[in-house]
Design a protein around this ligand. Structure first.
Ligand code: GRG
Length: 301
């Protein structure tokens, strides 16, 4: 098993070639405007931890699946994540001017082009996965299942649903735990749950293993978001390279605004225990996932 950095490097190397590869598509004739490629790559290749695609690859590896075959599925997950960040930063949503250490996509290319760069990344993600699936008919059933899982996580009962609810709550000053829990699951955790389930499908895992990966992903995603909320209050601005205290300033619905710092820490401890329990079924092979979640929690102590 590799570490996060090694998986992230494998993902980065492939992401750099995605658009030339799709342009040389052997199934469909067509050209991509240079401006579109530039704006999509501007955000896609701007850095980022590559957490979601690395976790997908690590899960395939853990289950003795074909990591090379899974790579385009992992890249597709990162492309979907990048599209969501471009759209989230738009003036009609979070209205952010900096992302991944550089001006946001719409600041550089304009709002219209940024919307199209996001749309392009989302569509290209599915092109990439389907193209890979067509190359290996013997893995068609596993690929279809994986694409379905990823579409679900990113979709109208997943990330998009979470974003809708988040916007609604912000505009209507909704401040309750039930809404917060839905937002955390749909907006943030779904992009961990379903890529991990997709990894299980690609590796030919049992249903019990796929479900355990999904539940780990849910607890991981909830911790990821709670940690993000906590660090906005207790983090070190210099170390994190961003302005903190933004959530409180904007009156945002967060675990800390509802439960306070100690309440949020208690939630993280409970979620951590649950996440670790879900890994039992994979035994010692799941060390990557134990270490990953422990290092995330450590940052908030
Ligand atoms: C526009 C449909 C749509 C959805 C947007 C992803 C998202 C939903 C919003 C981003 C805002 C936000 C703070 C979400 C929760 C946490 C999150 C997804 C943070 C960014 O992910 P990282 O830390 O970023 O993995 P990098 O840059 O490392 O990839």
């Amino acid at each position: 098993m590799k570490g996060l950095k090694e998986y992230a490097e494998i993902v980065n190397a492939r992401l750099r070639t995605v658009f030339p590869a799709l342009a040389e598509n052997s199934f469909v004739e067509g050209e991509m405007p240079e401006l579109l490629v530039r704006s999509m790559n501007y955000s896609l290749l701007a850095g980022g931890k590559r957490l979601r695609p690395s976790m997908l690859l690590a899960a395939v590896d853990m289950l003795d699946g074909d990591v090379d075959f899974a790579l385009d599925f992992a890249c597709a997950v990162e492309m979907i994540h990048s599209y969501s960040l471009i759209h989230d930063d738009l003036p009609g949503m979070d209205d952010d001017t900096m992302r991944r250490g550089r001006p946001t996509n719409h600041v550089v290319f304009g709002v219209g082009q940024a919307i199209l760069a996001g749309d392009g990344l989302l569509n290209a993600a599915f092109e990439l996965m389907l193209r890979r699936a067509l190359e290996k008919p013997e893995l068609a059933q596993r690929s279809l299942r994986a694409i379905y899982e990823i579409a679900t996580g990113a979709g109208v009962t997943g990330m998009i649903a979470g974003q809708v609810l988040d916007l609604y709550c912000e505009h209507n000053a909704v401040m309750d735990d039930h809404a917060l829990s839905f937002i955390h699951r749909d907006k943030t955790a779904c992009m961990f749950i379903y890529p991990l389930r997709a990894a299980g499908a690609l590796a030919g895992a049992t249903q019990a293993q796929i479900d355990a990966l999904g539940r780990y992903g849910e607890n991981f995603g909830r911790i990821f978001q709670a940690t993000d909320d906590l660090l906005d209050v207790v983090g070190d601005a210099a170390e994190m390279g961003k302005t903190l205290g933004k959530d409180a300033e904007q009156g945002k619905l967060t675990v800390v605004s509802l439960h306070g710092v100690e309440g949020a820490r208690a939630q993280v401890r409970m979620l951590l225990e649950r996440a670790m329990t879900e890994l039992d079924i994979f035994g010692a092979e799941a060390q990557f996932f134990r270490d990953l979640i422990a290092s995330m929690v450590d940052r908030t102590k």
